[in-house]
Design a protein around this ligand. Structure first.
Ligand code: KG4
Ligand code: ZN
Length: 339
C-alpha cells in the first residue's frame, strides 16, 4: 500500500511516500534557521513557513511516483503546535478531495515510537524485532517511555512532568549564550568537557515511578551560573555543557533502566531528535548490553527527528485496519492528542 504522508506538527515541513513501511521519498524542509534569533520555535512564524513550503514539499515527495499510485493520504493530527498542525491537516483534506484518496489521521508520537521499523526502498535493514518493545523517545517537545505490546497497543509508562529532554538542552544552551537548537551545540562542547565540573541533581531519582522532570535541573543550572561573568562562562563552556548534558542523560538512562527491569521487554528502541546525540546512543547501547537486549534506532539520522516517513508507516498499519476518516469536514487538528 502506498501512502503519501504529511507532518507539520512543529518546525519542519515534511512529506513522504512510503510503501508498506519502505521509504520511497522523504522530504524535510527545516525551518530551524528562522528561529535562531528567537532561541525557539515561534508558532505563528511556523504556520506561515509551512504555508509557504507545503505545496513544494508535497510535490517533491510525490513527483517520483505520481498521484495515480498513491493509495492513501496520512496526516499528523496531533500532538503539536496548533497553528502548524492546521496547515498539514487542511492540505491533506484538500488533496484527498482533489485526488479522490482516502485519508487517515495519525498521532505524531506513534510515528516517533515506531520509527525504527522503517526501512529503505529495498526493505533494509531487515531486523528481527520481538515484542514487547520498550521505547525511549526524546525530542524538543516530548520525553516518554512507552511499552509497545504490539502495533497499535501502547502504554506510556513514564514521561516528563515538565520540560522535554531536548527542550532542557536548548534552554541550557540559551543560558550559556549559545545558539539554537542547543542539543547539537551542547553535544559538541561536552565532548571536550568534564562532566564532574558541576554537580547537578539527577531529577526524580528518588521517585518510585518512571516519570522525569527537567525544569528543576534547568533552575539548578541557572543558579549555578547566574552570578558568573560572561568570561567565566565562556572559559568553562565545555565543562558546563558536559555537566548539564550528563545530568539530562543520567536521568533518562536511570528511568529507562528501571522501566526495563519492571516491564521486561524483548527489544529496546531509542527515538526522537535527541537520539542524534552519540553519547546518549552509546549509553543506551551500553545499557542494552548489560540487560542482554537488542536495541534499535531509526536506520538513518534524518528519521530521529520530525519526518513524514514515520507518519506514512503508522498510516499503513492504520489503513490495513480500515482506520479512515469518514467525514473530512469533521476532521480537525488535535494539539494535545494523547497516545
Ligand atoms: O524530534 P525533533 O527534531 O523535533 C521535535 O522537537 O519534535 O527534536 C529536536 C530536539 C531539539 O531539542 C534539539 O536540541 C535536539 O532534538 N537535538 C539534539 C541533538 N540534535 C537534535 N540533542 C542532543 N544532541 C544532538 N545531537
Ligand atoms: Zn516530534
Amino acid at each position: 500500500m502506498i501512502i503519501l504522508a504529511i507532518d507539520t506538527s512543529c518546525d519542519d515541513t515534511c512529506a513522504a511516500v512510503v510503501n508498506d513501511g519502505k521509504i520511497i521519498t522523504n522530504v524535510i524542509s527545516s525551518q530551524v534557521d528562522l528561529y535562531k534569533e528567537w532561541g525557539g520555535v515561534v508558532p505563528n512564524l511556523a504556520k506561515r513557513a509551512h504555508l509557504d513550503r507545503i505545496d513544494k514539499v508535497v510535490q517533491r515527495a510525490v513527483n517520483k511516483i505520481g498521484w495515480d499510485k498513491i493509495d492513501v493520504i496520512g496526516v499528523t493530527q496531533g500532538p503539536g503546535l496548533s497553528p502548524a498542525l492546521g496547515v498539514g491537516v487542511n492540505k491533506a483534506k484538500e488533496l484527498a478531495i482533489k485526488h479522490g484518496k482516502k485519508l487517515t489521521a495519525i498521532n505524531h508520537i506513534e510515528g516517533h515510537i515506531l520509527s525504527p521499523l522503517l526501512t529503505n526502498s529495498k526493505g533494509k535493514p531487515s531486523n528481527d524485532i520481538k515484542f514487547p518493545i520498550l521505547v525511549l523517545t526524546v525530542s524538543g517537545g516530548h520525553t516518554k517511555i512507552v511499552r509497545i505490546a504490539k502495533i497499535g497497543k501502547y502504554r506510556v509508562v513514564g514521561e516528563t512532568l515538565d520540560d522535554a529532554g531536548g527542550e532542557a538542552l536548548d534552554k541550557a544552551s540559551k543560558m550559556m549564550g549559545l545558539g539554537y537548537p542547543g542539543g547539537p551545540i551542547v553535544e559538541k562542547l561536552a565532548k571536550k568537557g568534564k562532566a564532574e565540573f558541576i554537580k547537578l541533581p539527577i531529577p526524580m531519582k528518588q521517585s518510585k515511578d518512571l516519570n522525569m522532570s527537567f525544569s528543576g535541573l534547568k533552575t539548578a543550572f541557572y543558579y549555578t551560573i547566574k552570578d558568573w561573568s560572561k568570561t567565566k562562562v565562556i572559559k568553562n563552556i565545555e565543562n558546563l555543557s558536559a555537566s548539564f548534558q550528563k545530568a539530562v542523560f543520567d536521568s533518562l538512562i536511570f528511568k529507562f533502566n528501571k522501566a526495563i527491569n519492571l516491564y521486561k521487554p524483548k527489544s529496546l528502541f531509542g527515538t526522537g531528535g535527541v537520539m542524534n546525540n552519540k553519547t546518549l546512543k552509546n549509553e543506551l547501547r551500553k545499557l542494552a548490553r548489560k540487560e542482554k537486549l537488542p536495541i534499535f534506532f531509526p536506520f538513518k539520522k534524518e528519521l530521529n527527528g520530525d519526518n513524514a516517513a514515520m507518519i506514512g508507516l503508522v498510516a499503513y498499519y492504520k489503513a490495513l485496519k480500515g482506520g479512515f476518516v469518514e467525514n473530512l469536514n469533521k476532521l480537525d487538528r488535535e494539539p494535545r492528542m494523547e497516545l
